[in-house]
Design a binder for this molecule. Structure first.
Ligand SMILES: [Zn+2]
Length: 95
């Protein structure tokens, strides 16, 4: 949840991405942490988060992380608050 707040992303979006990525079942426990069935090393998790950030947080133009991800016309658009560039991103559930 801390990660989500830092990235300005909905925890559900991050959760769906991670669970889709690892193709496992998981849930958010009462400590607001994501529990995933099976074993994952920290390296794996870092790789997944990095993939998420590259796809859904980082601006391709200026490498900034000050971006928002509004849903427009049924798809997500990544919009950079620094340079104003936009790109469409894949729906996280289709990965
Ligand atoms: Zn930018």
């Amino acid at each position: 949840m801390d990660c989500c707040a830092r990235m300005h992303r909905e925890p559900d979006h991050v959760k769906n991405f991670i669970l889709g990525f690892v193709k496992r079942v998981g849930f958010v426990n009462d400590q607001n942490m994501l529990s995933i069935e099976g074993r994952f090393g920290p390296q794996n998790f870092e790789l997944i988060l990095r993939t998420y950030i590259n796809e859904y947080v980082r601006c391709n133009e200026c490498d900034g992380f000050d971006t928002i991800l509004p849903m427009e016309n049924g798809s997500f658009t990544l919009r950079c608050q620094q340079c104003g560039s936009e790109r469409s991103v894949a729906d996280c559930c289709n990965i």
